[in-house]
Design a protein around this ligand. Structure first.
Ligand code: NCD
Length: 334
């Protein structure tokens, strides 16, 4: 089954300032929604340069020397936290990471009091992940510095969508015109939402493939095609992005069993035969092998871009920090 909505998404805009003629005219990076395609392209072009820098023996520059970056993570993370930390260090920032397990949040302090405390230490960049949708935007209103959303609830994960876009652009030459399947637990996925916004903005054709229980209730307004059978949704696909079942965001049972889920919704070699021969397989991680993806597909070096996505993550996060601190550095010789 396919339901196609060409109608412009009426989902509320993420809070970003309106474009002003600059290449990246925003103070924060809170989401992809509302970003101008020119700004997205500027971030991807900047990240391309950092991919090359990261492949050299000497990977660091001093362009952000003297600036301070705080990573504030209220949820678990491996890839996102590490790559933000590496990205900041490679640009020369003093980078400090704090997880809620070790903060005063455990002693009852509110998130906004924590924000005021951190703001008083004059950071220049604050990277934040939180389990509640909208929490990062709320905090950004209390901070003087640039705030980057590293994932808020099921709302947005803009740097993941940017690193996915960079991976696709480098592998396929362009995002425009590609048929891109996003499959799995779309309902609970901030990765899916940010990707839908970005891929639509850049002219891709986006398909969602998921059981009806794992689709968001505003799916008709997202400008995507919807399929309820993998065999139909994967037909002729250029790219397939698989998503983890976000059990931590589910209340109650959404599926009969994991075995059945894998049978119908797990990406296997057999199901991929209807996609294009050069189909690119992606996954934001962490992967649950044998649930949403077969191990031999994840490890297929010809098709899987999963490790490359991690590599692109460092470059994209460097690009985001670079553009958001540009004004601060404009008086510098560097
Ligand atoms: C994703 C997230 O946290 O939203 N992971 C990530 O950042 N690479 C996806 C997930 O947790 O499944």
């Amino acid at each position: 089954m396919s339901t196609h909505s060409t109608e412009q998404s009426s989902y509320p805009r993420a809070d970003v300032d309106p474009p002003s003629g600059q290449l990246f005219p925003y103070k924060h990076l809170l989401g992809i929604w509302g970003l101008d395609p020119t700004a997205i392209k500027h971030l991807l072009d900047t990240a391309d340069g950092y991919v090359e820098q990261n492949r050299q023996a000497k990977k660091s520059t001093a362009i952000c020397n003297g600036l301070t970056q705080i990573n504030l993570f209220f949820e678990n993370s491996t890839r996102t936290l590490m790559s933000f930390e590496i990205a900041g260090k490679r640009l020369g920032l003093d980078t400090i990471s704090m997880s809620t397990g070790t903060s005063s949040i455990k002693k009852g302090e509110t998130m906004l009091d924590t924000a005021a405390t951190l703001n008083a230490m004059h950071p220049d960049v604050l990277v934040m992940r939180h389990g509640d949708s909208g929490a990062v935007k709320l905090l950004s209103e209390k901070m003087d510095c640039a705030v980057i959303n590293a994932g808020d609830g099921r709302s947005e994960h803009p740097t993941q969508a940017l690193l996915d876009a960079l991976t696709i652009r480098r592998r396929k030459g362009s995002i425009h015109g590609q048929t891109i399947v996003i499959s799995g637990d779309v309902a609970h996925s901030r990765v899916a939402r940010s990707n839908i916004y970005l891929l639509n903005a850049m002219g891709a054709r986006v398909r969602l493939v998921a059981p009806p229980t794992l689709l968001p209730c505003d799916v008709d307004r997202l400008g995507v095609e919807v399929f309820h059978r993998m065999e139909d949704g994967l037909e002729g696909a250029d790219v397939v992005m698989m998503l983890r079942l976000q059990n931590e965001r589910m209340q109650g049972a959404f599926l009969p069993s994991l075995r059945e889920y894998y049978r119908f919704w797990g990406l296997t070699r057999e199901k991929l035969t209807v996609a294009k021969d050069d189909v690119l397989v992606m996954h934001p991680g962490p992967m649950n092998r044998g649930v949403e993806i077969a191990s031999d597909v994840a490890d297929d070096l010809d098709r899987s871009a999963i490790e490359e996505q991690v590599e692109m993550g460092v470059a994209v996060r460097m690009a985001c920090i670079d553009v958001l601190t540009k004004d601060l550095r404009s008086g510098d010789a560097s």
